[in-house]
Design a protein around this ligand. Structure first.
Ligand code: ZN
Length: 193
């Protein structure tokens, strides 16, 4: 067996062990060291496997960046529901097109790229399906939209609730002139002349 084949077989082994370990400990806070002991491999290789579980297989593995109750070096597989992975079929150009078309805001809760969620976490925009792939949705631009990571991963219960029109207008009336100006500029840009 050549070296490349050996490496790839080893990689799949680590990935499968990491997957099985997270599934067996769903909902538990797992320490960096515990995981490394259970999964094996160098710490560099298994952090890459964790990333693959998240990004390629769609497992909701959380870190301190996602949940305020986790400390750096802790992980948690939140539940066994996997997020449909769109990224594979969407190239950079299409991603940029969708973000631009959607004004760099989440199509569900309206948070902007660079804004912070109520709990202080920065909003990360992802590309999500309008109609889920499991229900026949395609990766055609018409079926894609920008979504923040919270909305995309179905955690909309912890994202800001959609405001009613009157609440929104009230908030704007109460806002400082500076902030009203920002809102005005944003609306002008969004709605055209
Ligand atoms: Zn959102």
């Amino acid at each position: 067996m050549d070296d490349q084949k050996k490496t790839s077989r080893k990689r799949r082994g680590t990935l499968a062990r990491a997957e099985a370990y997270f599934i067996a400990h769903v909902g538990e806070i797992l320490e960096n060291k515990t995981l490394r002991d259970a999964v094996g491999g160098t710490s560099d290789s298994w952090t890459r496997r964790v990333r693959e579980l998240r990004e390629k297989l769609g497992y909701k593995i959380r870190t301190h960046l996602d949940r305020p109750d986790l400390k750096p070096g802790q992980y948690m597989l939140e539940d066994l529901h996997r997020v449909p992975v769109v990224a594979r079929s969407i190239n950079k150009k299409l991603r940029a097109f969708i973000l631009e078309r959607n004004g760099y805001t989440c199509g569900s809760c309206g948070i902007g790229a660079g804004d912070v969620h109520e709990d202080g976490r920065p909003a990360r925009l992802q590309i999500g399906h309008v109609i889920d792939a499991s229900h026949g949705g395609t990766s055609d631009p018409s079926n894609l939209r920008a979504l923040c990571s919270l909305c995309n991963e179905g955690s909309s219960n912890i994202s800001p609730a959609r405001q009613s029109q009157s609440q929104l207008l009230a908030a704007l009336r109460r806002a400082k002139p500076d902030d009203q100006q920002v809102a005005f500029e944003w609306l002008k840009k969004k709605l055209g002349k």
